[in-house]
Design a protein around this ligand. Structure first.
Ligand code: HEM
Length: 409
């Protein structure tokens, strides 16, 4: 691709610095290309990426090599009835009354505890002091695991994401992923076995007890799902919260609107998911040759769906490179369901199980942050940059604000 001199290679530093400029050119001149280093077809247009997510002929067999070696077998790679039953076993824990009753208090407490560490100080790096800890602490607490082990969980999920995103086939990253699978199993299997003997109110107990059509989850199934949860629920929402804040800080009038009316937070989140999605690419494997709007992808090939590009396709979104929480072509009502018009959570049967949890985390986290930092602004001279290829978000977000005046003793 780089040979054309027009679009930087997706593995190049130039692409990592600003993928959006490359996406623009791809969308116009190279909407479907073979990429030799990743041995995959890059697909960028909205229509094609949405189709790949929705049509079962685009299988998720790619996860057999992309994730199974680190997680074990998970719902991501399943299809048909097996996927439907497995998903029905876990999905209810992440929506409706389970979300309201059991997750919300944990979300509120964890946001408050992290903010307490810096609310009196007047400055914070929102990435390293808040976003990186908040979603993973929520999941770990809800699972009833030991929060004191935070550093290990973070090391594990970082290594899982690195394995998933190992497009350059780095052998050290691959070896670290396999080590993580062993370490996580050694840690989790005894915890799961103990939990079966002493069921409680936590998510791990819910998973131990879940039953659909006579099907339950084995220790190994639960371990694989928890491994997926740590990565899917930690790394992504972490980037999402930091990105919402960054986008708003860079558009002060929209930040003021959200500050004045907190009901706009879901809108700001939805537009962030479109404009700067936490996950920039997801793969699929067509079961047979499939004709897309831009050409044919052969059966058995790997297709890399460029979410970050599709979300900025001018054929779908007006003025796509503009961050605008008031845009009319991105309805908030559907933004956290499989009818979403952005593609950040994928679409179709593998649509993100945690979308409503992520929404609740962003709503609570943002609202508490806005309360604690009524005049939050970027530190003078700071111009935060995004980093990451597969998953992407601000590297740092240094903020300054007026701390509250301490109450007289
Ligand atoms: C803003 C935050 C998030 C983003 C951008 C995101 C993105 C995604 C995407 C793109 C997929 C589809 C993968 C595919 O089709 O190949 C997915 C699936 C999934 N996500 Fe999320 N996710 C987020 C938060 C969460 C959270 C908080 C959880 C749970 C705690 C979670 C759990 C899952 C699970 C279990 C799946 C697999 C669903 C299936 O295969 O049926 N995600 N997510």
């Amino acid at each position: 691709m780089s040979a054309s001199g027009e679009v930087p290679d997706i593995l190049s530093p130039q692409f990592a610095e600003n993928p959006y400029a490359a996406y623009r050119t791809m969308l116009e001149t190279q909407p479907l290309t073979w990429h030799e280093p990743t041995r995959s077809y890059l697909v960028s247009r909205y229509e094609d990426v949405a189709r790949a997510f929705k049509e079962p002929a685009f299988t998720t067999d790619n996860y057999n090599w992309q994730l199974e070696p680190v997680h074990g077998r998970t719902i991501l790679q399943m299809s048909g009835r097996e996927h439907a039953v497995r998903r029905a076993l876990v999905a209810p824990a992440f929506r409706g009354s389970e979300l309201e009753r059991r997750f919300l208090p944990v979300i509120e407490r964890n946001a408050r505890e992290l903010i307490d560490e810096f609310r009196g100080r007047g400055s914070v790096d929102l990435v390293s002091e808040f976003a990186r800890h908040f979603p993973i602490n929520v999941i770990v607490d809800r699972l009833g695991l030991d929060r004191g082990e935070h550093a290990r969980f973070q090391k594990w999920y970082t290594s899982v994401i690195a394995f998933l995103a190992n497009l350059g086939q780095d052998s050290e990253i691959a070896a670290a992923g396999l080590r993580t699978r062993r370490e996580l199993a050694e840690y989790l299997i005894p915890v799961i076995q103990e939990r079966r003997r002493n069921l409680g109110d936590d998510l791990l107990s819910t998973l131990c007890e879940a039953e659909v059509d006579g099907m339950t989850m084995s220790d190994e199934d639960i371990k694989a799902f928890v491994s997926l949860l740590l990565a899917a629920g930690g790394e992504t929402t972490d980037k999402a919260i930091a990105s919402v804040f960054k986008n708003l800080l860079e558009h002060p009038d929209q930040l003021e609107a959200v500050r004045a009316n907190r009901e706009l937070i879901p809108r700001a989140f939805a537009e962030t998911l479109r404009y700067t999605p936490p996950v920039h690419m997801i793969m699929r494997q067509p079961a047979h040759d499939i004709e897309l709007s831009t050409g044919t992808v052969p059966g058995g090939a790997t297709v890399t769906c460029l979410i970050g590009a599709a979300n900025r396709d001018p054929r779908r979104f007006a003025d796509p490179d503009r961050f605008d929480i008031f845009r009319t072509d991105l309805p908030t009502e559907t933004a956290f369901s499989a009818a979403a018009s952005h593609l950040a959570f994928a679409l179709g049967r593998h649509f993100c199980v945690g979308a409503l949890l992520a929404k609740a985390e962003v709503e609570v986290g943002m609202s508490q942050l806005l309360d604690a930092m009524p005049d939050a602004r970027l530190v003078d001279g700071a111009s935060p940059v995004e980093q990451g290829l597969f998953t992407r978000g601000p590297a740092t977000l240094p903020i300054t604000f007026t701390p509250p005046i301490p109450a007289p003793a």
